[in-house]
Design a protein around this ligand. Structure first.
Ligand code: DGL
Length: 241
């Protein structure tokens, strides 16, 4: 079974790509809504929270853990050191965007914790960033989680309204692919980049290399840490769309 987690249902955008590539795996999805949002937590707080999630997934017998959350992935080195299990982590697809259009205006949207993390700083510093805008979007994942469409539009208008020359948007939080349309309402047509395809390829490679590929009927189990039935319904609605 593949364990996958996020602070809520945003990681479903990663799970979809995984299922495309690995339809015969069983999945256990952990939505940690009890502790969401992750993006405004301190590193120390987050270490405790994600360690508990990983412990749960290991105890349930997962063979690999996919961190379907850019914010939690900033702690991947810490988790790899602490737990003896395979991990695949997501990161903002800044390399992809830069390779695609290094000379165009790139907007990176992510949570505060991701933008401020050493891990993202290392990635960011590899490139010439003169055309890049970094935008930490506190509170946005929470609005998406609650599916508050009006509030999302107001938030984006306020945050993005001043930009009229953006060509590429890096969706550095796994919730953000769910609001591509809302973003384009403000910025017009843009090219989007996110790390989910890279994650699914890496999971495939690792499982194949370690002879761990499965041939099951592809069951998907959903667990929410605050036992919220609405989350489960929303999760399967997005997954099956
Ligand atoms: N979906 C998460 C991410 O990719 C985090 C959202 C949050 O809880 O702040 O960063």
């Amino acid at each position: 079974m593949i364990g996958i987690f996020d602070s809520g249902i945003g990681g479903v955008t990663v799970l979809k790509k995984l299922i495309d590539l690995l339809p015969n795996e069983e999945y256990l999805y952990y939505s940690d809504s009890k502790n969401s949002p992750y993006g405004d937590k301190s590193e120390e707080e987050l270490k405790i929270i994600v360690s508990n999630v990983v412990t749960y997934l290991i105890n349930r017998g997962c063979k690999i853990i996919v961190i379907a959350c850019n914010t939690a992935s900033t702690l991947s080195d810490y988790l790899r050191e602490k737990f003896n299990i395979l991990f695949v982590a997501i990161e903002p697809a800044y390399k992809l965007a830069h390779d695609f259009a290094y000379n165009k205006r790139i907007l990176v949207m992510a949570t505060k914790r991701t933008i401020e993390s050493d891990k993202f700083k290392k990635l960011y510093d590899k490139y010439n960033n003169s055309n890049t805008i970094l935008l930490s979007c506190s509170g946005l994942a929470d609005l998406i989680e609650k599916d508050l469409q009006n509030e999302i539009d107001i938030y984006l208008k306020e945050k993005l309204g001043k930009y009229n020359d953006i060509n590429c948007v890096v969706l550095g939080c796994t919730h953000y692919p769910l609001i591509k349309n809302n973003i384009e309402k403000v910025l017009g047509k843009v090219e989007f980049f996110d790390g989910s395809s890279g994650v699914s390829k890496r999971v495939f490679e690792l499982l194949e290399k370690n002879n761990m590929l499965d041939d099951s009927n592809g069951d998907i189990e959903f667990f929410d840490s605050s036992f919220d039935k609405n989350k489960e319904n929303k999760f399967f609605e997005i997954l099956n769309n």
